[in-house]
Design a protein around this ligand. Structure first.
Ligand SMILES: [Zn+2]
Length: 673
């Protein structure tokens, strides 16, 4: 043992040295020791812990290399709910926000604000006890997230043990895990070389990396974190303002985004925000705004929250979405799974918000005409919701006269069949039901998450399977063998077996999932669920009349006709017969009807609930055996009310129907029957 130190003392010393080196390297950006020296210390610690398992501690840096993969994540209930922020899109909206607060609490004006760059990543909550990280969780629904501690420990700039003193005994630190723009570009290049699908943007990549069951994968992604908030109920923080808190967080060892500032008033805030926005492109991380916070912490408690959902003391001043100008080289068309022709622009590659964009949607032919977008035009491009790029319109001043007007096709660009232009729709359709373009998209949809969820079957592999003529429709997927896959490029023994296993496993998906996966026009995930619950089996649904389907609550005429039309086609009936023979599950598990704490009760949901989405609330009620109705009547057990409730609330009051909030609903749904 080095220097004769006892193992426990030496392990503690090594942990301190390694973490100090990590902090210096990753947070302060000032390495203190050489890489070789770091490796030597790290290896010594690893060996010591291997020889003395009792010395393994939750704050050991050896955990940063990743624990064993988990089966699934445990739920983690946040000490204090993780709220979401209200948005202000203009200076005027920021002023309105201040006015609203000032009406509640005059002293807000003049109290000062902190401005913090709003990082575009995945929100996390870190629980520290006695200065040691014990749990790290995703935001989830704000009340409850997933325990991703093993993954968060692999984030290299995250402190496992706090430096300094005066931290609350038990506290939750809130932060944003992100992927730097440079790491994102690297990662996508690696994935492209490996023939794997690339990530759409750094935010998705960060969130996805955080939820890997194997922490070693998370570690390789190279996530980073910035922290900015502390919850320590019932305990005293050693600071009085948000600005001091940021400094305190840094002193405890947390990475804090360096561009934060303190301003006196909104006039100064507007100025600083404009400066920050102009500098945005120079940061190595995505940011979509600035968070403005009332500086004195004491005022946070006094201002409180709006319906347990948003704090009043903070608001996100969003930046205008970035717009870039580039050349539209060509207008191309792809055929969607419904046969719809989707025109898109092939662009001279341009960087927007840290992502290289080379194609953008043009939505439909009417829009191309209305905006007079021509091939060869210089066009303005933006990323809507920061994900799907779209062409805003041409820059007419830059026309040279060589631009070409776009002509609507009479023939499908994929199969050459006649194109139909229904007079009551903006979309055009390929008339060929087995158009290869449709088949491709329908198989991609069938395998996608939310549908049959066949892992490892994305765009490229579907394309390869079709090109090799190994599949012609979704039923063919279930007859694929590992041997066949091995004839394709990019498959090895292991990946071929994995894909076949994933395909076979999808046979167990319930009827509702299969219905959605089949891509029947108008039948979304929710509609598929309603149909499956009502009819129970594929056979019963197939034998139902349009009127019977239409009578299902929540299912409209359009869905009823589309479903009946689907079963009318001989080709589809044959497909379903094959799927049945291949052993797919064509049944929906019985709902909890007649059982559960809410059995025999009818609920109506209105307004925005603090944590549950509308779909989740309905799912919760139905899973507990209750029924959900669209409108309030005398039969209604209770109306579940969220923010901005409208006429249903009035009606419930008039009828004397009980009115409850989300918390009460959750209590009832979880009660023992
Ligand atoms: Zn076609």
């Amino acid at each position: 043992m080095k220097g004769g130190a006892r193992p426990a003392a030496r392990a503690a010393e090594l942990r301190r040295l390694v973490e100090r080196a990590n902090h210096a390297y990753y947070v302060l950006d000032k390495p203190e020791i050489s890489d070789a020296e770091y490796d030597r210390l790290f290896r010594e610690l690893q060996e010591l812990e291997a020889a003395h398992p009792e010395l393994r501690a939750p704050d050991s840096p050896t955990l940063r290399i990743g624990a064993e993969p988990a089966e699934k994540f445990r739920k983690h209930r946040h000490l204090v709910p993780m709220l979401s922020l209200a948005n202000a899109f203009t200076e005027a909206e920021l002023v309105e926000w201040e006015e609203r607060n000032a009406r509640l609490l005059q002293e807000v004006k003049g109290a000062g604000y902190t401005l913090e760059v709003k990082i575009d990543g995945a929100a996390v909550s870190l629980t520290y006890e006695d200065g040691v990280l014990v749990t790290g969780a995703t935001r989830g629904n704000g009340i409850e997230g997933e325990d991703v501690s093993a993954n968060l420990r692999t984030v290299r700039d995250m402190p496992l043990r706090l430096a300094g003193k005066a931290w609350p005994k038990r506290m939750e630190v809130r932060g944003e895990v992100y992927l730097s723009k440079s790491r994102f570009a690297e990662l996508n290049a690696e994935r492209e070389r490996a023939g794997e699908p690339t990530f759409a943007n750094p935010r998705n990549a960060a969130a996805g990396s955080l939820r890997q069951l194997d922490p070693k994968i998370t570690r390789r992604r190279g996530l980073r974190i910035f922290c900015f908030h502390v919850e320590a109920p019932g305990q005293k923080l050693p600071v009085d303002t948000q600005h001091e808190l940021l400094r305190q967080l840094a002193a405890w060892g947390f990475p804090v985004e360096p561009n934060h500032t303190l301003v006196r008033d909104l006039a100064q805030a507007h100025h600083e925000i404009a400066q920050l926005e102009a500098r945005l492109g120079t940061l190595d991380y995505g940011a979509d705004g600035v968070v403005v916070k009332v500086n004195p912490l004491r005022l946070h408690a006094e201002l409180g929250t709006v319906g347990d959902r948003e704090p009043r003391w903070a608001v996100a001043r969003k930046f205008a979405p970035e717009v870039q100008i580039t050349r539209l080289k060509e207008i191309k068309i792809n055929v969607g799974r419904t046969g719809a022709l989707n025109p898109y622009a092939v662009l001279e590659p341009v960087e927007i918000g840290g992502v290289t964009v080379s194609t953008a949607t043009l939505h439909n032919f009417d829009l191309i005409d209305a905006k007079d977008i021509r091939e060869g035009d210089w066009v303005e491009v933006t990323r809507a919701g920061e994900v799907i790029p779209q062409v805003l319109g041409p820059v007419r001043e830059r026309r040279t006269g060589k631009e070409r007007k776009f002509k609507r096709p009479e023939r499908c660009p994929v199969c050459g069949s006649k194109v139909e232009y229904p007079s009551d729709e903006v979309m055009a359709y390929c008339s060929n039901v087995s158009c290869p373009g449709r088949v491709f998209e329908s198989i991609v949809h069938f395998a996608s998450r939310g549908a049959m969820d066949i892992r490892g079957l994305g765009y490229e592999r579907v394309r390869a399977l079709l090109d090799a003529k190994l599949v012609k429709d979704v039923a063919d997927l279930y007859q694929l063998t590992p041997m066949q896959l091995l004839t394709l490029e990019g498959f090895a023994e292991k990946s071929a077996h994995q894909l076949v296993d994933a395909i076979q496993a999808s046979k167990q998906q319930p009827l509702s999932t299969l219905l959605y996966a089949l891509g029947i026009r108008h039948v979304g995930a929710q509609g598929a669920k309603l149909l499956a619950r009502q009819f129970g089996t594929m056979k019963a649904l197939r034998n139902a009349s349009v009127d019977e389907i239409n009578a299902v609550r929540g299912v409209g005429e359009a869905i009823a006709e589309a479903v009946a039309g689907f079963f009318d086609e001989a080709k589809n009936r044959k497909l379903l017969e094959r799927l049945e023979k291949l052993g797919l599950n064509l049944k929906e598990p019985a709902a909890a009807d007649g059982k559960g704490p809410l059995a025999g009760h009818v609920y109506v949901v209105t307004g925005t609930l603090p944590s549950l989405s509308r779909a989740k609330a309905i799912e919760l009620i139905e899973a507990a055996g209750g029924h959900v109705a669209d409108s309030v009547s005398k039969k209604t057990t209770a109306l579940v009310v969220g923010a901005d409730a409208g006429s249903k609330l009035e009606r419930a009051k008039a009828l004397g129907v009980a009115i409850i909030d989300e918390a009460e609903l959750l209590r009832r749904a979880r009660a023992k029957p």
